[in-house]
Write a new protein. Structure first.
Lengths: 410, 398
């Protein structure tokens, strides 16, 4: 075993939800863990709620739906994880959140929540700040803010048959405001009081108020409770266009937890090279110009995501590759088959990814293990269409958990 | 990191806005449009021959948090720095900025009468005058000069050890906080190193932060030749200031374009990174006394930008009975000379308030952080005892 200056039991590459979940699972098993990512991970861009499998009808218990899904889709990541382990992984995910910010589901079923454009989408778990979204409730107001461009209350309200109020932000210096600044403003009692007074002037007896999901970063549930008390109404957050404050809350919680438990958290540095010997990875090189550092471990978890995360890349000459270990990627032979004509059609490109065995080890088309001490998790895996299935976070949580569990069995 | 784009190329930016989520300035004020708009967004419209139109560019702290979070490898803070340099060159640099970025020059002058200067700098009338005439914020305490400089103390100090090591102490340690330097030297000696102090100037980061790249480069070139001399003698170099360290290790080559500095980058280490390496090789002296206190550790932005994890916390966790917690807040808000400027003081305090809240919640006996700027700011915000982690380590070595 080659030893670098920095030696770990497990190195996790990628800082999205699957990487964070993998690192957490490894830390809990007593491992010395490095998690390295070239940036903050797409968790902070898209994730607002926790999807598991949005195609399960609202009337059906998710567990039942998942059970059926696994039987029909043997190559899906969920089938490799198995129903019991999916449940365990969700318990593990929930265990690091406290009452300040935690996730709930409605009677073990999917529920519908509004999107930033006012349509409804199914999801499985929602943060306690998005409860009680109730789509049957008639008397509802959606609140927006002038200068906040990622949430148009008027547009959303129209599609949700609600009324909208767009408020001016007190003391706004430029005519634009970002999610992060607005979120921090809401953490301040004084700011809230001014907003509350403003809202009271506009209310016509409505008891359900939808805010954009910017009610604070650290302790949003307290912000929500305070607003509810002062306005004598129920408050719920509605996701806004990317980036996502709810995603940032999840990221921050994982980061805090991991560092407190002794994991090494290395954000901002790209893995530029994997040092391979035979069928093993012996180390990774991480670049911080003008120097490169070598990190070594017994086991490596690949959680680099797809095209936006940077785990997969496509070139113009029909080649599609995995960026760190150059693992085999499944794909149709002809590039014309990658895409369909219409944006919302079923594009084959979404199904492509890394082929693995049941233990999440990367395999070739012939079924041979390519690298023995690498385990793959998250959306980079093949065999799923998370955009259509509405299964992104579920795949990330369950495979992040399971890849490490499998790795530790070896 | 980001080696392909470290000139000011905005094109890899996919406008995902992740940088805006971590920017400490855009968190507290809408005056700054955020790294995405100020950096790659505005860069696409900037032309060399056209005048700058974005005075808010001066509000970039240079913390590098945007660079670290960017998933597309854009060097956002570098784009901002170049724009800031151009803006200030057109507008003219205020005398105040010159004074703040030349503080290192006053060290020798002051060392004759440090206590007199300290009294003058604390005098209310003087502070009021500086506030009015120079726009240096009167509510901000100016750094206190030590009675003796570290270099002077070292002249009468005999350093002994089997191997030799060079120490880049930085001007703040030399003039203001010499106990940090003494502690570093004593810890290195306890690990059997003879400490050498190579000839050195200010690393140049205050000038860099004030958009004066030419001035910074002049200082950098002097340091590069002096430090290369030590390296040619086969010595490694350690630093205790993460800002000086980051400047030398990464910005000399990356931003100032001094390619000889690449060799230094390979041989210069944060002191705790160095000690952690000793631990890996089994030669680290971890014979510690108990220390039953509760400390919290704050990671400076430039430590994060060094990309070495949190070596101080890893080493300090070895001390028996010592309780150390990591504080999950980004940026103290001082930003080097930024927080001394009258028009930026309130922004600096607003950023710091988030840290203050978190510190007060944890209620520690002591706060530890590797950067002098962060120490100045945390003392100012909380009134707590704030030390460099090496001072704690010195105290527990048997």
């Amino acid at each position: 075993m080659r030893k670098g200056l920095m030696y770990f039991d497990i190195i996790v590459i990628g800082m999205g939800l699957s990487g964070l979940m993998a690192a957490k699972t490894a830390v809990e098993s007593g491992m010395k863990v490095l998690i390295v990512g070239k940036g903050m991970g797409t968790l902070c861009l898209f994730s607002n709620t926790i999807d598991l499998l949005g195609t399960i009808p609202l009337s059906m218990e998710v567990e039942k739906g998942l059970y059926k899904w696994i039987i029909i889709h043997p190559e899906h990541p969920y089938s490799k994880v198995g129903l019991e382990n999916i449940k365990k992984s969700f318990l593990e995910f929930n265990s690091i959140f406290s009452s300040h910010y935690s996730f709930k589901n409605e009677n073990e079923r999917n529920c519908l929540i509004p999107t930033p454009v006012g349509t409804l989408r199914p999801t499985y778990m929602i943060p306690n700040t998005m409860v009680p979204w109730n789509h049957q409730e008639e008397k509802r107001v959606i609140l927006g803010f002038k200068g906040f461009k990622d949430f148009y209350a008027d547009w959303i309200a129209r599609r949700l048959n609600s009324r909208s109020i767009t408020l001016s932000i007190p003391d706004l210096i430029r005519n634009e405001v970002t999610q992060i600044h607005l979120s921090r403003c809401f953490e301040k009692r004084l700011f809230r009081e001014r907003i509350i007074n403003e809202i009271k002037k506009h209310l016509q007896g409505e008891k359900f108020l939808g805010f954009p999901a910017i009610l604070g970063i650290e302790d949003p549930y307290s912000v929500k409770s305070d607003l509810e008390q002062s306005l004598e109404a129920k408050i719920f957050e509605i996701p806004v266009l990317p980036p996502s404050i709810p995603g940032l809350r999840i990221f921050n919680r994982f980061k805090e937890w991991l560092i407190a438990k002794g994991a090494t958290f290395l954000m901002g540095y790209q893995v530029t090279k994997a040092i391979l010997k035979g069928k093993r990875c012996e180390g990774i090189e991480v670049s911080n110009a003008p120097i490169t550092n070598l990190y070594c471990a017994d086991r490596y978890i690949l959680a680099t995501g797809r095209f936006i995360g940077g785990g997969l890349k496509a070139t113009s000459n029909s080649s599609l590759f995995e960026t760190i270990f150059n693992l085999p990627v499944t794909k149709p032979k002809n590039q014309n088959e990658w895409f369909r004509k219409n944006f919302f059609d079923d594009h084959m490109i979404h199904e492509m990814g890394i082929l693995t065995n049941k233990s999440f080890q990367p395999i070739s088309n012939e079924g041979d293990i390519v690298l023995e001490n690498i385990w793959v998790c998250g959306t980079i895996l093949s065999g799923h269409k998370y955009l259509y299935e509405k299964s992104k976070e579920g795949i990330e949580i369950s495979t992040g958990y399971m890849a490490v569990k499998s790795a530790l069995e070896k | 990191m980001k080696q392909n784009h470290y000139k000011n190329d905005p094109d890899p930016c996919i406008r995902c806005s992740i940088c805006t989520m971590v920017c400490p300035v855009s968190r507290v004020t809408s005056l700054f449009p955020g790294p995405k708009q100020a950096g790659p967004g505005a860069q696409r419209f900037r032309k060399k021959r056209e005048l700058s139109v974005d005075p808010w560019i001066e509000l970039c702290l240079g913390c590098h948090l945007c660079d670290i979070s960017c998933p597309s490898g854009v060097n956002i803070s570098y784009i901002n720095l170049i724009a800031k340099e151009k803006f200030l060159e057109e507008k003219g640099r205020p005398l105040r900025d010159w004074i703040l970025s030349h503080f290192h020059l006053f060290g020798d002058l002051v060392s004759v009468f440090p206590s007199l200067v300290n009294r003058i700098l604390r005098n209310y009338a003087m502070k009021w005058l500086m506030d009015k005439a120079l726009r240096i914020e009167k509510d901000r305490e100016l750094p206190h000069y030590s009675n003796e400089k570290l270099t002077k103390w070292f002249k009468n100090h005999i350093s002994k050890g089997k191997r030799k090591i060079a120490y880049f102490y930085g001007c703040y340690t030399n003039n203001h906080e010499i106990d940090v330097g003494k502690a570093a030297i004593e810890v290195l000696e306890a690990n059997d190193f003879e400490v050498i102090l190579p000839k050195q100037e200010c690393c140049g980061i205050p000038m860099l932060g004030n958009g004066n790249l030419k001035g910074a480069k002049k200082l950098a070139l002097k340091n590069v030749s002096a430090l290369l001399e030590s390296i040619n003698l086969g010595l490694d170099i350690v630093f205790t200031s993460t800002s000086c360290g980051h400047m030398i290790k990464h910005d000399y080559d990356k931003i100032l374009g001094i390619s000889e500095a690449k060799e230094i980058s390979k041989h210069i280490f944060d002191i705790f990174e160095f000690l952690r390496n000793l631990k890996t090789f089994g030669t680290f002296n971890s014979n510690f006394k108990k220390l039953p206190i509760k400390a919290i550790y704050f990671a400076p932005c430039h430590l994060k930008a060094l990309g070495i994890g949190l070596p101080a916390i890893e080493i300090l966790r070895l001390i028996p009975d010592f309780k150390i917690e990591y504080i999950n807040v980004d940026c103290c808000g001082l930003g080097g000379t930024f927080g001394f400027k009258k028009e930026k003081y309130r922004i600096s305090q607003e950023i710091g308030n988030d840290l203050k809240k978190a510190i007060n919640y944890l209620n520690p006996d002591i706060v530890l952080t590797d950067c002098e700027g962060c120490r100045i700011q945390i003392r100012h915000l909380t009134g707590l005892k704030v030390l460099h982690p090496i001072q704690i380590l010195r105290d527990v070595i048997k």
